[in-house]
Structures are given as structure tokens and as C-alpha cells.
Design a protein around this ligand. Structure first.
Ligand SMILES: CCCCCCCCCCCCCCCCCCCCCC(=O)SCCNC(=O)CCNC(=O)[C@H](O)C(C)(C)COP(=O)(O)OP(=O)(O)OC[C@H]1O[C@@H](n2cnc3c(N)ncnc32)[C@H](O)[C@@H]1OP(=O)(O)O
Ligand SMILES: Cc1cc2nc3c(=O)[nH]c(=O)nc-3n(C[C@H](O)[C@H](O)[C@H](O)COP(=O)(O)OP(=O)(O)OC[C@H]3O[C@@H](n4cnc5c(N)ncnc54)[C@H](O)[C@@H]3O)c2cc1C
Length: 670
């Protein structure tokens, strides 16, 4: 073995200590052995060419160079996907999470094509008629046209009904006239829009026959396909440097009475006929928000994957890194041996599992609701909206916090861009805002919860994810504390029910004392966000536990044990995090809390020998991790040194600025 591929001895020891079958856990996380094998096959095809390697790390490039480099790599990756990967997987896998995951080997930041595949294509699939799909979809999938999703404006992101861009139908020419009447109506933020896209989905207020029908979606060509020049009537550009997403060319877009054909309105859920008559086909008023619901569902898996990357880096590094001494003269321990370090990291492993299993469960719920909607039944849509809203909010918010915790766990070296942790953080923290801000989405879930509470109060049986509310009305007093997984979950559901009940009481009291409903709701929103968070916590705890029980039924004993330890760690961690709530809504005693604390500390000890095995089970290739600290071989210090050689500042022993500025300064007299 050369020193280049020698595995760090501490890491090798950790792998010898691991007592469970790593592949078995990988299969569970991937959704089955077949899926793992398929993923590995795709990764082999896509990554073995080594095309992802940059001569100069992208963080040293100028804005222009970074963009061009991102486009270059996007084209390489797209060609690999089109010519080689889809041969194996079939075209229906174009937007699959596996391709998204493999793409991370090419980009530290993000591909300018991401929004094309992530939102433009899904909006064609979800919002166009079959005839329109036949026109647009093959061209979009083949990258003959490249799109963005332009909804947010300078003045409005959250409040979609407040968007100002107008699309006015002209029956004379059978065209829509797109117009940006104010500065604040300029589209702002759309990924891929600034420099890359030649088409985009535009969300605009539809006017026909003198009447506004609210926001609708349109496919709009914005650049010439040959010259890439913006078309007359279109003003488009890049919005400027951001915390992350710097290779995504987020853009602005304005229209000056710009005309598009009638058939460019996405007409699956509503149509404008040739004479301008508006026909609403939709059974539910919010079906035009469907692309956002789809992306929110996929973001739960994104949160899991990015957290899995961060904790893989931090756990491997913590096995390699040695610091301080426990007793005078003793060998310095691996930092992974500190319980406080385990406390930072094991919850991240458990959370990545919780979100991955919840993401799969949510995806199944999503496809079931889609199937019902195809049959004309929209009854399950409100529950899906409530679920996808709160799960998107919590998973992105927790993943952000835990990725930062992983960075803290890596000390100074975690602050280096080459660790990849700052990139991961900057990327994931945006997910808390985009596709619906955290608070705003929890308030959407709260609307659903208050309605469900009222139904349960009147004796109606409510839908499965809030069925615990029915129990709330049949049991009196506080929930009996019980330290079993099912018992902890029941208590968390009681906390949620108790908080929803307090919100309802607050709203009613405020109305009784003279407030109108809107003000009473507004004044209760701090509590409502809190109640929705509690509900979502209970959903995640419940789903994680149920899925582990189901998925490990036929697992080997050691896999069952370690996955059980992790889910118990998760339940115990959250019980300890929420002791205030538990004391308020259950019979938990101080003694029970002491027991929980001891149980938690014992779980850290039990999980410790398997920690490296558990992150290995995420099975994230080095090319995808892109981290000096997290590679499989643990050559941390060697990689940090190698990275220094790539630093253009080190190319010459003396920097020209010395002669230009420093020397004159040193020579000048005071
Ligand atoms: C080389 C290639 C490599 C790759 C290869 C492979 C690639 C593979 C690609 C894979 C991709 C993966 C990664 C993706 C990355 C994506 C990145 C994304 C970037 C970011 C994109 C964006 O960022 S894009 C903009 C998103 N911008 C929002 O997200 C606005 C939020 N704002 C609202 O969403 C509304 O504004 C808000 C608040 C609901 C109020 O809407 P509103 O005012 O109209 O409605 P009200 O509040 O009055 O509510 C009235 C009633 O409607 C009900 N309701 C509301 N919404 C509903 C709904 N959706 N469904 C059902 N019901 C709904 C509600 O529950 C009420 O029900 P009720 O009356 O019964 O209570
Ligand atoms: C990296 C990135 C990529 C993006 N990509 C796209 C894209 O491709 N296409 C696109 O169309 N958009 C995109 N966006 C825009 C994104 O969807 C919006 O920024 C997001 O929906 C939040 O809207 P806002 O910026 O208007 O925030 P605001 O709504 O102004 O929020 C500001 C604050 O006000 C609070 N607030 C707002 N309304 C309420 C309320 N009703 N009740 C209580 N609190 C409230 C929020 O909680 C938040 O704290 C992107 C954004 C980012 C950061």
C-alpha cells in the first residue's frame, strides 16, 4: 500500500470495532438492496471518469470563472447522464435523488441547471395538459430548452397572492401580454435565470375580459436560442453575490408588454379559451401551488442527505483527531471519545436516519395523494399540504443547526472551505427560507391543526396524522409518563394536543373580548408556530420509530440493536430537550428525568464503537463528500497540506503587493 491510499490507523481500528453489517444498514437507508445496487452502478458510470476534479478549487475563482466552470461541469454531467446513466435507469429517472446526489461530486456549490430539473421540468409535468407536455417536456428533458422557475418578486416572496407581474389576455391576437408594472414586480431570485435559462415558468396575475383571476403559471421564452440575447421586451440579469448558491446564477427578470402565445399558459388546472373565457378545471383552489408542494416533499430527503454528509465528515475527523490528555502523561484521546463530542454528533446520525425514513414515508404519501387526485378526489390534499409544510420547515431547520454543530465539532479545520462544512451550511441554511419560509409554513400547518382540533372537539374522527386529537378528548388530565418508545411518542402527541388546545382557547378568548378573528389569530401566532412544531416533532418521532420497527423485522440481530439504539437516542434526546413541555403535559417526575439522562448517557457509550461504521453506512463516496476532513481513508493532515499547494497565493514566494504597498509603508516616516 502506498502512503496515498493507506488508511489512517485510528480509522482502521474503528472499522475493526464495528460490530454490525454495514451494507445491511445502507440497504435500509436506500430503500432496499436493489436501490443500493442501482445507485452504486450510477455512481460508477457517472464518477469513474474523474471529470469532477477542478484544477483550481472553485473557491479561488472569480465570479465569472466560477460561473463558467459550473456551466462547463453541468454540461459534462448532463452528457454523462444523457448518454450513459439514462441508458441504465430509463428516462423516468431523470430527476431522481440519486442523480441529484451524484451531481454533488461535480459541484461544491450548486449547478446552474438545478432549477431546470428541480422546478421547471416538474412544473411542466404537474401544471401542463397532455398536449402541452408533448410540446415542452421532450425538449426540456433533452436540454434543447433550459428553464427556471420565476415566481418570487423583489417585493413579494411569501405572499403569492400579492405578486404584481400581470399576464393580460388579448383575444385579437390570441396572446398574453406580460408586464412588470413596478420595480417591486421584477422577478427576483430564480435559480438559473440570470445567465443560463432561455425559458422559464413565470407566475403572474391573469387578467382576461377585464377581470383578474389570480396567479397562474406561464411558459415564457426569454432568450434567443441561437444568440442567447434577451428577447425584445425582456430585461434579465444576475442578482449578485450571496451567502451560498453562488454558481446558481439567481436572476432578475422584468417584462415590457411582452407577448406570448395563448397556449403558453400552463392549462392543466385552468384555461383561457380563444375568446378570452376563463374556465377553471381544478377541483381545489391551490393546485397551481403544486410544484412547490412537490419540492417541499423532496427537500426532506435533501436535508437528510446533506446532514449525512456533514456528520460523515465530522465523525471520521473525530476518530482521527487527538487532543488534550485525560490523565497526566496519558496518550491523547481521539476527540470522539469525549461524551460531549458524542452528544454533538450521534444525534446528527440519528436525525439523518429519522429524516431519511420520514422522507420516504412522505414521498409515498405524496404519490398516494397524486393517485387520488388523478381520480378526482382532492380530500387528502390539505393533510399533504400541512404535512409537507411542517416537515419541510423542521427538517431544513434542524439540518441547518446540526450541520453547524458538525462544524463546531471539527474545531478550526471545520472552518476551512476545504472541509466542505461551510459550503454545506450555506447551501442548507437557504432551504429554511426558500420554497416557503420556516415560520410561514408552520403557520400553514397550524391552520390545519386548529381545524382538525375543532373537528375532533365535535366528535368527528380526524385523519391519521392528527388522530391523537381524538384521544385528547377521551382522556382527562395529564398523559401518564411511560418510558417506552410508544409511551414517549404518546406524550409528545399529548404535548402537541395540549398546545393546539391552548391556541384554540387563546383565539376564542380574544374573540370573546372583542377582537375580530384575524387579529385574534395574529396575536396567537407565536403559540401557533410552537404548536405546529410540537405536532411535527411527534410526527417525526412516530414515523421514525414505526419505520425502524417495520424495516428491521428481518435484519440481523446486531443491525436491529444498533438501529434501535439510535432511535432510542433520538427519542430520549428530544424528551430531554423538551422537559419543560413534558412536565406541563405529562406526569413525568424529576426522578423520571434523571433516569432519562442516565439512559441517554448509556446510549452514547453503546453507540460509540459503531460510530464510524454508522457513517460509513451512509455510503457517500469521497468525490461526493469533497472534504479534506471526511475522506474514507482519514488522511486529514495530508489532504490539508495538499490543499495548501493549490492555493494561488502560494505560487510565488513574494507577493507583488509587497513592493507596491508594504515596502513603501515600511519605509515611510511617521
Ligand atoms: C447537471 C444537473 C445536475 C442535477 C441532476 C439531477 C437533478 C434532480 C433534481 C431534484 C430536485 C431536488 C432538489 C430541489 C432543489 C430546489 C431548489 C429550489 C430553490 C428555491 C425555489 C423557490 O423558492 S420557488 C418559490 C417558492 N415560494 C414559496 O414557497 C412561497 C410560499 N408561500 C406560499 O406557498 C403561499 O403564499 C402560502 C403561504 C401557502 C399562502 O397561500 P395563500 O395566501 O394563497 O393561501 P392562504 O394562506 O390564504 O390559505 C388558503 C387555503 O389554502 C390552503 N393552501 C395553501 N397552500 C396550499 C397548497 N400548496 N396546497 C393545498 N392547500 C393549500 C391553506 O391551507 C388554506 O386552507 P384553509 O382555508 O382550508 O385553511
Ligand atoms: C437561495 C435562494 C434561492 C431561491 N430560488 C428561487 C427560485 O428559483 N424561484 C423563486 O421564485 N424564488 C426563489 N427564492 C425565493 C424564496 O422562495 C423566497 O425568498 C422565500 O419564499 C421567502 O420569501 P421572502 O423572501 O419574500 O421573505 P419574506 O416573506 O419577506 O420574509 C421575511 C420575514 O418575514 C416573515 N413573514 C413573512 N410573512 C409572514 C406572515 N404571513 N406571518 C408571519 N411572518 C411572516 C418571515 O417569517 C421572515 O422571517 C430563492 C431564495 C433563496 C434564498
Amino acid at each position: 500500500m502506498t502512503s496515498k491510499n493507506k488508511i489512517n490507523e485510528d480509522l482502521a481500528n474503528e472499522r475493526r470495532k464495528c460490530n454490525f453489517n454495514i451494507e445491511e444498514v445502507t440497504y435500509i437507508l436506500d430503500g432496499g438492496k436493489e436501490k443500493t445496487l442501482q445507485r452504486k452502478k450510477i455512481e460508477d458510470v457517472a464518477l469513474n471518469g474523474g471529470a469532477s476534479v477542478d484544477d483550481i478549487p472553485e473557491e479561488y475563482l472569480s465570479a465569472r470563472e466560477r460561473y463558467e466552470n459550473a456551466i462547463r461541469k453541468s454540461c459534462i454531467y448532463t452528457n454523462i447522464v444523457k448518454n450513459e446513466v439514462l441508458e441504465i435507469t430509463g428516462i423516468e429517472n431523470y430527476g431522481s435523488p440519486v442523480l441529484r446526489r451524484t451531481g454533488d461530486a461535480f459541484f461544491k456549490d450548486i449547478s446552474p441547471f438545478m432549477l431546470h430539473l428541480g422546478m421547471f421540468v416538474p412544473s411542466i409535468i404537474g401544471q401542463c395538459t397532455a398536449e402541452q407536455q408533448a410540446t415542452w417536456l421532450p425538449r426540456a428533458l433533452d436540454m434543447k430548452i433550459i428553464g427556471a422557475y420565476a415566481q418570487t418578486e423583489l417585493g413579494h416572496g411569501t405572499f403569492i397572492r400579492g405578486l404584481e407581474t400581470t399576464a393580460t389576455y388579448d383575444p385579437e391576437t390570441e396572446e398574453f401580454v406580460l408586464h412588470s408594472p413596478t420595480i417591486t414586480s421584477y422577478k427576483w431570485w430564480a435559480g438559473g435565470l440570470g445567465r443560463t435559462a432561455n425559458h422559464c415558468t413565470v407566475v403572474a396575475q391573469l387578467y382576461t375580459q377585464g377581470k383578474c383571476h389570480g396567479t397562474h403559471l406561464f411558459i415564457v421564452q426569454i432568450r434567443d436560442l441561437e444568440t442567447h440575447m434577451p428577447l425584445p421586451g425582456v430585461k434579465v440579469g444576475e442578482i449578485g453575490p450571496r451567502m451560498g448558491f453562488n454558481t446558481a446564477d439567481n436572476g432578475f427578470l422584468g417584462f415590457n408588454n411582452y407577448r406570448i402565445p395563448r397556449m403558453n399558459m400552463m392549462m392543466k388546472n385552468a384555461q383561457v379559451l380563444k375568446d378570452g373565457t376563463y374556465v377553471k378545471a381544478a377541483r381545489h383552489g391551490k393546485l397551481t401551488y403544486g410544484t412547490m408542494v412537490f419540492v417541499r416533499v423532496t427537500l426532506v430527503g435533501e436535508a437528510s442527505f446533506n446532514l449525512a454528509k456533514a456528520v460523515t465528515i465530522a465523525v471520521r475527523y473525530s476518530a482521527v483527531r487527538r487532543q488534550s490528555e485525560l490523565r497526566p502523561g496519558s496518550i491523547e484521546p481521539q476527540i470522539l471519545d469525549y461524551p460531549t463530542q458524542q452528544h454533538k454528533l450521534f444525534i446528527c446520525i440519528a436525525t439523518a436516519h429519522a429524516f431519511q425514513l420520514t422522507a420516504s414515508w412522505l414521498w409515498n404519501t405524496f404519490t398516494a395523494v397524486q393517485a387520488e387526485m388523478k381520480k378526482g378526489n382532492v380530500d387528502t390534499l390539505p393533510e399533504l399540504h400541512a404535512l409537507s409544510s411542517c416537515l419541510k420547515a423542521l427538517s431544513t431547520s434542524d439540518a441547518t443547526a446540526y450541520i453547524e454543530q458538525c462544524r463546531f465539532a471539527c474545531g478550526g479545520h471545520g472552518y476551512m472551505l476545504s472541509s466542505n462544512l461551510p459550503f454545506l451550511y450555506a447551501f442548507v441554511v437557504a432551504t429554511r427560507t426558500y420554497e416557503g419560509d420556516y415560520t410561514v409554513l408552520l403557520l400553514q400547518t397550524a391552520r390545519f391543526l386548529v381545524k382538525a382540533w375543532e373537528q375532533a372537539e365535535s366528535g368527528k374522527v380526524v385523519t391519521p396524522t392528527v388522530a391523537y386529537l381524538n384521544r385528547h378528548f377521551t382522556t382527562n388530565g395529564k398523559m401518564i409518563w411511560d418510558n417506552s418508545p410508544e409511551g414517549i411518542i404518546r406524550v409528545f402527541q399529548s404535548v402537541a394536543a395540549g398546545k393546539i388546545s391552548l391556541c384554540v382557547r387563546s383565539i376564542r378568548n380574544r374573540i370573546t373580548s372583542g377582537m375580530d378573528h384575524e387579529d385574534a389569530w395574529l396575536m396567537t401566532t407565536v403559540q401557533l408556530v410552537n404548536a405546529a412544531e410540537a405536532h411535527c416533532r411527534s410526527v417525526i418521532l412516530h414515523t421514525y420509530w414505526n419505520e425502524i420497527v417495520r424495516l428491521t423485522k428481518h435484519s440481523s440481530d446486531n443491525v436491529k440493536t444498533v438501529l434501535n439504539q439510535l432511535v432510542m437516542l433520538y427519542l430520549t434526546y428530544w424528551a430531554l430537550e423538551r422537559t419543560g413541555d413534558l412536565l406541563r403535559y405529562s406526569t413525568i417526575s424529576e426522578n423520571d428525568i434523571d433516569l432519562l439522562q442516565r439512559q441517554y448517557e448509556e446510549l452514547l457509550v453503546k453507540i460509540r464503537p459503531n460510530a464510524v461504521g454508522l457513517v460509513d453506512a451512509f455510503d457517500i463516496r469521497d468525490e461526493i463528500l469533497q472534504s479534506t476532513l471526511g475522506s474514507y481513508d482519514g488522511r486529514v493532515y495530508e489532504r490539508l497540506m495538499e490543499e495548501v499547494q493549490k492555493n494561488p497565493l502560494n505560487k510565488e514566494p513574494v507577493d507583488p503587493s509587497f513592493h507596491k504597498y508594504l515596502k513603501p509603508l515600511m519605509k515611510s516616516k511617521i
